[in-house]
Design a binder for this molecule. Structure first.
Ligand SMILES: *Cc1c(COP(=O)(O)O)cnc(C)c1O
Length: 354
């Protein structure tokens, strides 16, 4: 690929891989032997290095900790049945990363730093990709402002890093969802479409409240009327209504446009569904449910891939689903997994060979 950018590699003396219990890998808890780190100073990216995974040394006045100029991405690498490592659609995450960077007044990360840095890192730590079904290596690129200055202004310096975390199945049990009508995740003109760190901190209180009521997650609604649905927690949402697959459109800028969402729309079309991106109201969902037409509800995202929803509660109205007999969500998940683990033809060229 592009060789203009100099990425130095300093290897760990000892691998921690033998300490990992491959039968129980909680999401996001363990990290591979190496990480990539780069500094943005005086308008350019420098000190680009792949080195042993290690803590960062930071000043207490570090700007990101105070004002939240921080963004991230989530990508997965898989081991194909050929035993080789592949990354799922990383270029789409690269593009989204720079969209988030622009919205947060942060510098663009050059394609070769993001893509070639990630490729080299995954290549070096490829033994960390678990080979069991539904397992993968989660790739977490992120950037934060690093000026040691507590004045409120965009930082002059930034850090870009990539870390890798082996992961087992995530959110695998069907979920009970509370339709949120008090708190909001994102508003028109806000930062909902960006993978900005603050969005997640801001969502935790409402999610905890829903958990106290016995729910796993919230279904976010629009900020004006709490009438139109946005996303489930940190996943995009799909509804199978009759023979259509329907998902909220992105025109309000309040929804994070997922790579899994995009991929699911493509695969659902292949499965024979008419796919619609449009506003969806809770009233429409309740009417479809009462008419026996709301067949399936599921979330899509890199971490979980597809998460089935067994219950949706709106005020006192409870919609329950017989997930055991579903065909679409499990079928979609299998098709995506088969492409990722290379059991099925990759006809859209989604897999990047490391
Ligand atoms: C990351 C994320 C998603 C899913 O995006 P993918 O690219 O499919 O992983 C959906 N919603 C929110 C809020 C997210 O942060």
């Amino acid at each position: 690929m592009i060789a203009a950018m100099d990425i130095s590699i300093r290897k760990a003396e000892r691998s921690k891989l033998q300490d990992l219990n491959q039968d129980n890998i909680p999401f996001g808890k363990y990290f591979s032997d190496h990480m990539l780190e780069a500094d943005y100073e005086n308008g350019e990216w420098k000190n680009i290095e792949i080195k042993p995974y290690q803590p960062l040394l930071m000043d207490p006045s570090l700007a990101a900790l105070h004002y939240g100029q921080a963004i991230f991405e989530g990508i997965k690498a898989y081991k194909g049945i050929d035993g080789k490592p592949y990354i799922f659609r990383p270029h789409d995450n690269f593009k989204r990363f720079n969209i988030s960077a622009e919205r947060m007044q942060m510098p663009q990360v050059p394609e070769e730093l993001f893509m070639e840095g990630m490729r080299k890192l995954v290549e070096l730590d490829q033994n960390w990709i678990p080979s069991k079904e539904d397992h993968s290596l989660y790739i977490r690129p992120f950037m934060f402002s690093s000026d040691p200055l507590i004045g409120v202004r965009p930082s002059d310096t930034y850090k870009f890093l990539i870390i890798l975390s082996p992961s087992g199945p995530y959110y695998s049990a069907p979920m009970r969802i509370y339709v949120e009508e008090k708190y909001v995740r994102a508003v028109t003109g806000g930062v909902g479409y960006a993978k900005a760190a603050g969005n997640y901190g801001a969502a935790m209180y409402a999610t905890a409240q829903a958990k106290l009521k016995g729910y796993d997650q919230v279904l976010w609604t629009d900020p004006f009327e709490h009438k139109y649905v946005q996303e489930i927690g940190t996943m995009n949402v799909f509804f199978i209504i009759g023979n259509k697959a329907v998902t909220p459109d992105l025109s309000q800028g309040t929804i994070l446009g997922g790579v899994t969402r995009m991929s699911s729309m493509t695969v659902l079309k292949d499965m024979g569904f008419t796919v619609e991106e449009r506003p969806i109201s809770v009233d429409e969902l309740m009417d479809a449910y009462k008419a026996g037409l709301l067949h399936e509800v599921f979330g899509t995202g890199t971490a979980a891939t597809i998460s089935m929803i067994k219950e949706l509660r709106y005020k006192d109205f409870v919609m329950q689903f017989d997930v055991e007999n579903w065909k679409t969500a499990p079928g979609l998940k299998k098709r995506l997994t088969d492409i990722r683990e290379r059991r099925a033809e990759d006809k859209y060229n989604w897999m990047l060979k490391v």
